[in-house]
Design a protein around this ligand. Structure first.
Ligand code: HEM
Length: 472
């Protein structure tokens, strides 16, 4: 049966929909948030947590609590309005009604000690002048580095794959996580900061692990890492760890960027009006948190998708090998490769939660109802369910490699939201869409094409390879 998703215009307009009170409740103070936290991290896990409540309330919009909460997060308000369909979620992109100040990971804000005692641009709302300065700085860096992007990517991939093959020649299975992270660290230092880690052996060897520890301490209260319960709840989700535990790591990477990324830092000062400190901490955040962190989550799931499917590999191989070389232009001709990357982002968005605070009272529409939202309320979209909206995506739970190929596929890109905006949109100073939206999908596509040009057959999962068979 062919499936035609509704266009935004054909989805029933808000005025024709019934007005409904937002279902769900926050429960008793302290106890309600605490039980929701246990469900979220322990008894249900995030996907089931949101799905169960959606079924219970027969609504893709409802009130609930999200972690962190009781006992040592008394200054964090866990109350949110969950948004779980494409239509209600898309309100988060409207900066007239949504304030993005300090809501990157919800009402909880990691200490600014983690970012040099500065509020970096990613935490700033579009109405804050500093947001525009920082975002234009980052977008300018991306533009300037486009000339070296593909060559750096390929040379870093060459190095990583040589190491993987050497290890695999001595063992039947090789864990790739740290090698991938080393590759990502080295690549992003070069293209974003102009800094070459190989000039400092300690950074080249373990810069990625320094960033891992810095990231982990900021995010632990909000993410599940799957250690034995109730240890995880007691040790990792009950309080925030202080910055001093990773200050040595952060300072090492900071000093490396300061010393080897001088040209990029000076650009931030002279062309974008940032102080030297602001330029370095913002650059480091985009490099370490957005780029390195985002790809560290995304690549294993993308690799698993390909490494577990020999039929898909055959199709991708054909397309990837049509081009004489890998360039931004040649990758844009590879529609299946790109579609696989989009579908991987749809099924497993690396940053699954997006938050926004109502700037004023407004009416929010889902596909079937309209709800009154009050100024100051926190909206929380869980993309993993949003991008499985059955009114938009045919067989939403199935990975369809060619979902985004052709005209119909191109139309679906309006609903691909991994970047905090539609894939057909553009990051700008007046929105909060990921500045790296285009380079992320192009880079991931280049990595897929690179692997399928280098190897005839790949076997493995989300953490290790068991076969990398070189192409002749
Ligand atoms: C797989 C990799 C990536 C993913 C999944 C990702 C995802 C996102 C998401 C979801 C947001 C919005 C967060 C929010 O406000 O709620 C965001 C913001 C942002 N991202 Fe990315 N990102 C990735 C890589 C990158 C790269 C490579 C860059 C640049 C080099 C970048 C730069 C930014 C910036 C500057 C913002 C803040 C935008 C603003 O303040 O207006 N990201 N990213």
């Amino acid at each position: 049966m062919s499936f035609t998703p509704p266009s935004p215009a054909t989805i029933v307009s808000p005025t024709e929909l019934p007005i409904r009170q937002i279902p769900g409740s926050y429960g008793f103070p302290l106890v309600g948030p605490f039980w929701d936290r246990l469900d979220y991290f322990w008894f249900q896990k995030p996907e089931k947590f949101f799905r169960k409540r959606m079924e219970k309330h027969s609504s893709s919009v409802y009130r609930t609590n999200v972690p962190p909460s009781f006992p040592f997060f008394l200054n964090v308000n866990p109350n949110v309005i969950a948004l779980l369909d494409c239509k209600s979620f898309s309100h988060l992109f409207d900066s007239h009604i949504i304030d993005k100040r300090d809501v990157l990971v919800g009402d909880f804000v990691p200490s600014i000690a983690f970012t040099g005692n500065l509020r970096v641009g990613v935490y700033q709302d579009t109405t804050e002048p500093q947001h525009s300065k920082v975002k234009s700085y980052i977008m300018d860096i991306l533009k300037r580095s486009s000339g070296i992007w593909v060559a750096e990517l390929v040379s870093n991939l060459d190095r990583m794959c040589d190491k993987l093959e050497a290890s695999l020649s001595k063992s039947t299975s090789v864990s790739y996580i740290f090698l991938v992270q080393q590759f990502l660290f080295s690549f992003f230092c070069k293209v974003l900061a102009g800094a070459d880690p190989s000039r400092e052996p300690k950074i080249a060897e373990s810069g990625y692990a320094m960033l891992d520890r810095w990231l982990a301490l900021q995010l632990l209260p909000t993410v599940s890492i799957g250690i034995l319960q109730p240890l995880e709840e007691i040790l990792l989700h009950s309080f925030a760890y202080p910055f001093f535990l990773v200050s040595g790591d952060y300072n090492n990477v900071y000093n490396f960027i300061k010393q080897h990324g001088k040209e990029t830092i000076t650009l931030g000062v002279t062309d974008f009006g940032l102080s030297e400190e602001e330029a370095i901490h913002n650059l480091l955040f985009v490099l370490g948190f957005n780029s390195f962190g985002g790809f560290s989550i995304f690549l294993p799931s993308l690799i698993e998708t390909i490494a577990s499917d020999p039929t898909l590999q055959e199709k991708l191989k054909k397309e990837a090998r049509t081009a004489s070389s890998l360039t931004f232009d040649s990758i844009k001709q590879m529609s299946l490769v790109q579609s696989v990357v989009y579908e991987a982002l749809r099924m497993n968005p690396p940053v699954p939660l997006q938050y926004g605070r109502a700037r004023r009272d407004f009416r929010l529409a889902s596909h079937d109802s309209v709800f009154d939202v009050k100024k100051g309320e926190l909206l929380c979209g869980f993309q993993k369910l949003v991008m499985r909206d059955p009114l938009i995506f045919d067989q939403p739970e199935t990975f369809k490699p060619d979902r985004f190929v052709g005209d119909k596929g191109a139309h679906l890109l309006d609903y691909l939201y991994w970047s905090n905006g539609p894939q057909t949109g553009s990051p700008s100073l007046s929105n909060k869409q990921c500045a790296g939206k285009d380079v992320v999908t192009l880079t991931a596509s280049l990595i897929v094409a690179y692997l399928l040009r280098r190897y005839d057959s790949i076997k493995g999962d989300a953490s290790s390879f068991t076969l990398l068979q070189r192409a002749n």
